[in-house]
Design a protein around this ligand. Sequence first.
Ligand code: NAP
Length: 276
Amino acid sequence: MAIGRPDYDFADPSRLVSAVENIHPSIIINPAAYINVDRAEEEPDLAFAINSRAAGAIAAAAEKLRIPIIHLSTDYVFDGNKSTPYFESDPTAPLGIYGASKVAGEVAVAEANTKHVILRTSWVCSPYGTNFLKTMLRLAADRPELRVVDDQVGAPTFAHDIASAIADIVLKLTTAPDAQNLYGTFHYASCGETTWCQFARAIFEQSARRGGPRTNVTAIATHEYPTKVRRPKYSKLDTTKVFDAYGIAAPNWEAGLETCLDQLLAQQPATHGLIR
Ligand SMILES: NC(=O)c1ccc[n+]([C@@H]2O[C@H](COP(=O)([O-])OP(=O)(O)OC[C@H]3O[C@@H](n4cnc5c(N)ncnc54)[C@H](OP(=O)(O)O)[C@@H]3O)[C@@H](O)[C@H]2O)c1
């Protein structure tokens, strides 16, 4: 069962506990979040209400029912000053309100429910909603050139792979609910790493092969594309722990991209599924 807006606005977490009690689930997955990194600077209370207080309330409701919670989190809990993949044990140091509210959410979930799986992922794309991949394809339709930052490194990760990983986690938690190594914080992200610019070029190369939009991509530095909040320069996540505990290994990001574009460009050939 899925709950969310308009029936339940997580900005007001007070009704979430009774919602969980009424449904009486055997496990909870919480991907809901305030995700606008720049706008969060102007709406910190809302970001913290959804990303921290609602997350904590749901985790507490799960604890009351003695069931586990899987909570989605982000690479933006880190400042990006490392140059090798981040481990779960590395100290968090968010660069803005969004990251800070997600750190607070992780703490709230962990404190409320010992049976928690906090799953940090990165650079999420899918055929649905709004994301970097869809924005690139939409802009390519009428721009001869796009300028994209080439000095932020990470791993594009695709929603279908995250969903599949969560399904594997659910299965294992259900069959071995008392295995302590299954709980805690884990990193799940595609293998390999790239920059936003190289990712954009790969998107257009693969899109063109499928008859979709393409355009030229010019590499720029972060300072040439100023944003309200600094993004981590490097946010590759080490995924050894989730492999050791769950046997889950994400595919390379290029493979995820191919699957995503197959779905997206096959959806509505006339518009390439890009109207939203
Ligand atoms: N995007 C990334 O690159 C990225 C990277 C790392 C981690 N993550 C994490 O992945 C998870 C999913 O994020 P996403 O990027 O895939 O974003 P998304 O598709 O926009 O998902 C966020 C969900 O949260 C819901 N939500 C937001 N505000 C709400 C509210 N007040 N009440 C109820 N529901 C609300 C949204 O519902 P509506 O449909 O009603 O808007 C939406 O379904 C988040 O925990 C995020 O922190 C994302």
